[in-house]
Write a protein that binds this ligand. Structure first.
Ligand SMILES: CC(C)(COP(=O)(O)OP(=O)(O)OC[C@H]1O[C@@H](n2cnc3c(N)ncnc32)[C@H](O)[C@@H]1OP(=O)(O)O)[C@@H](O)C(=O)NCCC(=O)NCCS
Length: 181
């Protein structure tokens, strides 16, 4: 199972991570810390270029061993806009999508477009029946993206909060291959 290294939907282009983007990614994450810190445990004031490089190296290794497929998000004009990825950690038959978008590019529908495009691709991969998004109930922006991209709540799970804005209740939303586009 391997998705394409580039997914081009015009306004938004997803590309498999490359080491050369570490500086852009660091700036983007640092600028987005107020939105990231409440919900993503890796987003801390200590986030620096070494953390970005480690993330990119891990993404390259995970892609090669088939456990996660992480992309940088670019605008059609070539600006670095964020990150999105498919993870196998929920088990066989399902891929989980995670995402973040640089402040300067939020609110333009780019993330909804990126999630829809990646979901469409994921549902064509062998053995994949559904795509899931997991987010804390307090993460209204993530919930809005999931709903706009056609994901439907499939359940709620309790988990130990790992970031300061988390309540401990996570919503799992899904899109299924049988749903169509
Ligand atoms: C989640 C995130 C990617 C949304 O990015 P975005 O650029 O606003 O997404 P879109 O432009 O595609 O907008 C989708 C919808 O979300 C809505 N939205 C955005 N922020 C919102 C908020 N705080 N509360 C409620 N709705 C919100 C938008 O209004 C839009 O709906 P509309 O078109 O009907 O107005 C961005 O806020 C982010 O990076 N957050 C931090 C990382 C994160 O939490 N990731 C998810 C982890 S599970």
């Amino acid at each position: 199972m391997e998705p394409p290294e580039m997914i081009n939907v015009g306004d938004v282009v997803l590309k498999r991570w490359e080491p050369a983007w570490a500086d852009h990614a660091t700036m983007a994450v640092r600028e987005l810390l107020p939105e990231l810190k409440p919900f993503l445990p890796w987003a801390t004031d200590a986030y620096d270029v070494e953390a970005s490089r480690a993330f990119i190296e891990m993404s390259i290794a995970n892609w090669d061993n088939g456990t996660a497929f992480n992309y940088g998000i670019f605008t059609g004009a070539g600006d670095f806009a964020g990150g999105i990825g498919l993870m196998t950690r929920m088990g066989p038959g399902v891929l989980e999508i995670g995402y973040w978008m640089r402040t300067a590019f939020t609110g333009r529908g780019y993330m909804t477009t990126a999630v829809e495009a990646l979901t469409r691709v994921a549902l064509t991969l062998p053995g994949i029946e559904r795509v899931a998004i997991r987010h804390d109930v307090a993460n209204a922006a993530s919930a809005a993206v999931a709903a706009k991209a056609g994901f439907v709540e499939a359940g709620r799970v309790q988990s130990e909060p790992e970031a300061p804005g988390e309540t401990g209740t996570e919503i799992i939303s899904e899109r299924r291959a049988t749903q169509g586009f």
